[in-house]
Design a protein around this ligand. Structure first.
Ligand code: PSU
Ligand code: MN
Length: 301
């Protein structure tokens, strides 16, 4: 039922590096038409590191790992493209629906097809109003049960970052900063919170992945938190102001459930004159490149 593209399948059987990419950021996280260009650029960036990109989505009820350009265009076009977390996959399959996959659905499908390294922007996590809404992204629970390495710029700063870090600890998900002792803040290089572990090279990350397998503990993920370069981060003052505003607008308009994350991201783009978009893209690009290098190190082992 899972359709792995020929290029990705080839790479997997011959032991060449592969990087999974999610599609929700394309369909629901970035403005059109820039989103299609970004999707293609990200695939290019993976290739430049010598790895094969495997963008994941569900089209007409078929989960796909590795999309061709036409399929990417469909995802970016957005018409009838739902947002699919892992719980939505069987529903989409059985009803023939199409949708972009979040971190949780992408991680699941990538792991099932044998892809070990995955790049995204920022993970979902615990929302700030959690005590009222109980809104915690399904990303966290799935990563506690899936053996995959996720390269990200931390969790989205729209979230309750310390609560999310605590949940990751409780769930037993390994977290390491890449070249930093600070947990990155998605649009910001530093979320204001420390990380317990720092990894300095792709080979070191690959060694942790090997150790995960050798120890054979619960099949959980490794989160490699890679900060956006300080020169390309969003101005922290602007970030704080606009975020407070976005959270208020979200509540005032009664936005809830799956719509919360796209709403907040879009609000930030519009109220920072696109500066949040540039920081977001800088973060994703950095993550994709690093994931390519980690996948290469992993393929060498
Ligand atoms: N990071 C981004 N843009 C996004 C997302 C992450 O830069 O659009 C998406 C991811 O797909 C993530 C999802 O899994 O948001 C989380 O959504 P929710 O909070 O509804 O679980
Ligand atoms: Mn949510």
């Amino acid at each position: 039922m899972l359709v792995v593209s020929e290029e990705v399948r080839d790479a997997l059987v011959t032991g060449r590096p592969v990087v999974a990419l999610e599609s929700t950021i394309i369909a629901h996280g970035l403005p059109r038409p820039r989103n299609l260009r970004v999707a293609l650029e990200l695939e290019d960036a993976v290739r430049r590191e010598g790895a094969v990109p495997a963008t994941v989505a569900v089209l007409d009820g078929r989960p796909r790992v590795g999309l061709d350009e036409k399929q990417l265009e469909r995802v970016a076009g957005g018409d009838g493209i739902r947002k699919l977390g892992h719980r939505d996959l069987p529903l989409a399959v059985a009803t023939g629906a199409s949708g972009a996959t979040t971190v949780s659905a992408t991680a699941l499908l990538a792991a099932r097809s044998g892809v070990r390294v995955f790049a995204t922007g920022g993970l979902g996590g615990v929302h700030r109003q959690w005590t009222v809404t109980q809104d915690e992204s399904a990303d966290l629970g799935l990563l506690a049960r899936t053996r995959i390495t996720v390269v990200c710029a931390g969790v989205k700063s729209i979230l309750d970052v310390p609560a999310t870090l605590q949940r990751l600890e409780t769930l037993g998900v390994a977290v390491a900063g890449y070249g930093t002792t600070r947990f990155p803040g998605f649009y910001l290089s530093d979320s204001g919170h420390p990380v317990d572990w720092t990894l300095e090279s792709p080979d070191e990350v690959a060694a942790v992945m090997r150790a995960q397998d050798a120890l054979d503990g619960p099949g959980s993920a490794l989160i490699v938190a890679n900060p956006v370069p300080a020169a390309r981060q969003l101005d922290p003052g602007l970030h704080a102001r606009v975020l407070a505003d976005a959270l208020q607008a979200c509540e005032a308009q009664g936005v809830s459930g799956q719509a919360v994350t796209p709403f907040l991201l879009d609000h930030l783009v519009r109220h920072t004159d696109g500066a949040s978009l540039e920081a977001n893209l800088a973060a994703v690009h950095g993550n994709v490149r690093l994931a390519g290098r980690i996948a290469a190190a992993w393929a060498r082992t």
